[in-house]
Design a protein around this ligand. Structure first.
Ligand code: PHE
Length: 341
């Protein structure tokens, strides 16, 4: 017959516990007391005289509490013992994202231009018709204004809006030219990277939105020669190799004269390859001398100041640099593509 007095059992338990060292042994003792000693107290309980019941009952419950608490404590120390930190294990590499190839290209352009004294500025994507077209000498009947190109914003119940009130998603970063020149007088040198929107059917070289990089330099005696030198130096740096620049006559309502800017193909060195469609040249941007009407929109004295402007697709530059053949890859969100940059 086992000892039935909870007080004595407690004493014996505490002594036994003190005599062992490892958590394993301590756990065994707790388990034994819970399953054997405590159970036998409870099972003999019903045979006790009424006077004893209250005392033994209280003692048994206290004992049970003590055994459970000790058991928990032993388990905790066991966790600490086994959960030690092995500082020699290789660390877990945190998963970092990487910068989108278009953002990388934009930053690179900003860096190169900032070294030539150009300040990076921004403008709103939701623009009014005046800054996007009128102020830039784009006449009212110009096809670019029409619905198939421009995403106009519905302004319900507002009829007869002026072009300063009519909202659209900007189709070109050129919209920022007059915005900036109204507040900042020449001499000025800025670049404007940003997202533009066009209502176009998508294919491997067209997207409904893409990124442009605009440039504007206005001052006394700013000429085409200045433009050619600056843009040549830009592409030299961007492609980190010797490239030639070629200007072809073109037309934009906001520049006169206007040009298309070509760079010699850095892949085949002008021999002709698939990237340059066997021509040896790649068209990269539109440019020209700022039209006097545009300077006048911003109340700049055209007898004193001249300037050049240029604008091209950041997407296109990234496609040339990384030899990517589909613009839609930039917007597809496919990590297998994005992680390569
Ligand atoms: N904004 C023109 C475009 O989107 C490019 C351009 C900018 C041309 C500045 C001339 C001067 O095609």
């Amino acid at each position: 017959m086992k000892e039935q007095d909870p007080k004595l059992i407690k004493k014996r338990f505490l002594k036994e516990l003190k005599d062992v060292k490892t958590s394993e042994e301590k756990k065994k003792i707790c388990k034994k007391y819970l399953e054997e000693d405590l159970s036998s107290v409870f099972s003999s309980f019903k045979n006790l005289p009424a006077a004893e019941k209250a005392r033994v009952g209280r003692g048994a419950n206290e004992l049970k509490q003590l055994l459970l608490t000790k058991m928990e404590m032993v388990k905790e120390t066991e966790k600490e013992e086994t959960g030690w930190l092995d500082v020699t294990l290789p660390g877990k590499e945190p998963i970092l994202g990487n910068i989108h190839p278009l953002t990388q290209m934009q930053k690179k352009c900003e860096d190169i231009f900032s070294k030539m004294g150009f300040v990076t500025i921004e403008g709103p994507e939701l623009e009014n018709e005046w800054y996007n077209f009128d102020a830039l000498n784009v006449k009212e009947d110009h096809p670019a204004r029409e619905m198939q190109d421009t995403l106009f914003v519905k302004q319900k119940g507002r009829e007869g809006l002026t072009s300063k009130e009519k909202l659209l998603m900007r189709t070109q970063t050129s919209a920022v030219q007059v915005r900036y020149m109204e507040k900042n007088k020449p001499p000025l040198r800025v670049i404007v990277p940003g997202r533009v929107f066009r209502n176009e059917a998508t294919d491997n070289s067209h997207e409904i939105n893409f990124y442009q990089l605009e440039g504007l330099m206005v001052g006394e005696d700013v000429s085409v020669a200045n433009f050619k030198a600056i843009i040549g130096s830009f592409f030299q740096n961007l492609f980190a190799t010797d490239v030639e620049i070629r200007l072809r006559p073109s037309y934009f309502p906001f520049t006169e004269p206007s040009f298309e800017v070509d760079v010699s193909c850095s892949i085949c060195k002008k021999k002709g390859c698939s990237a340059c469609q066997r021509t040896g040249w790649i068209e990269v941007m539109g440019a020209g001398m700022v039209h006097p009407n545009v300077l006048q929109s911003a109340k700049i004295d055209t007898s004193k100041f001249t300037g050049f402007a240029f604008g091209g697709g950041v997407d296109r530059l990234a496609m040339i640099k990384h030899e990517i053949n589909d613009i839609r890859l930039f917007y597809g969100g496919d990590l297998r593509f994005l992680k390569q940059f």
